[in-house]
Design a protein around this ligand. Sequence first.
Ligand SMILES: Cc1ncc(COP(=O)(O)O)c(C=O)c1O
Length: 400
Amino acid sequence: MKKWPRVWAEVDLSAISHNLAVIRNRLRGRRRIMLVLKADAYGHGAIAVARHVLARGEAQAFGVGDSEEALELRQAGVDAPILILGAIVDGEMKEVIQHDVAVCVHSRSRVRLLEREARRQGRKCRVHVMVDTGMGRLGPFPETALEVARAVAASEWLELEGIATHFSSTQSADDSFTRQQLVRFSEFRKSVQEAGIPLPICHAANSGAVLFEEQSAFDLVRVGAAVYGIFARRDGDASQLRPSLSLHTQVIYLKDVPSGTPISYNRLFTTRRKTRIATLPIGYNDGLSYGLSNRGHVLIRGKQAPIVGAVSMDYCMVDVGEVPGARAGDPVTVIGADGTESITVPQMAEMLHTVPYEITCRLGRRVKRVHLPARKHPSLAAAVGPREEQVLAAERVAEH
Ligand SMILES: Cc1ncc(COP(=O)(O)O)c(C=O)c1O
């Protein structure tokens, strides 16, 4: 009998490579790719993912959420450019400068503090100015952002490495707001130029923008969801993306029960017939949302088994009355495919009225990440994507 872990997530690194090739293909190889590794690479395991894409030259930089994530990558030997996309707090400044991690700034007061710390260390700090063009989260509006950019550019201890903005609505099929943001960012970029500030790297696009808003790519794109294959839209080039994560557990206990048997906390479910109940060692601490209590299902032996009763911290129960031959030790698919059945991250998110990001980010510490190795030598198509491959083929023909 196979010895499955208690709960494990399989991360298919070749799917990550494939999705990056889809993105590269859209960018026609001309822009740099910053892979967003926030939240442990959206639950996929940041270090393993970073090493994989770096070894294959599939991304040129990484975006993270805070200094801890950045330093973890540095400690793992990742020496590619890293940018903290969010706001750093005062206590984080020393180490990010020490380890040459670039930061986004959102105010003049932050610029002054960073400058002071950089001077103290005698080490320049790379800075990206984030302008708010409609996200309403971090960063000043364009006028103030220009002042911030001016202050950074004028500082002896800061290097204005980039200007950036973040789109709020690229998951929607209605792109009118994204276009407004794009116009505002382009105007900001122009104002930086007109102010005589040497234009740094400009970046704005997230997954949705790369996939659906060609003009948004500028010099670099910051992508996460599309690379992990959890982007909810499936039209256009998004239809080529492959899911990269599946979630599994195993049947730990089975019991035949009569009709009228209450299941789990607060008796949210009572059997209405004689059936067989399987207990699975996965609960909300592992990322299986309490919201799936009495909703949703898992896959066992290629069949759907409905989740019954409340999901608890470490366990949930499923009805395997319709899964012939189910046994203790059977592997269970919570996300992913089993035979002709499948459960995707976007489907689960829809059921829970949330976004796909939350599903994978919430996978707990106990979930063992198993990174499936990609093939050592990718096919040409996987490595460069179909459009680039056509160009290469044309060049080869031209050479003969
Ligand atoms: C500032 C910033 N840029 C880029 C991204 C990547 O977005 P996506 O995962 O939709 O590609 C994020 C993710 O939340 C972000 O916060």
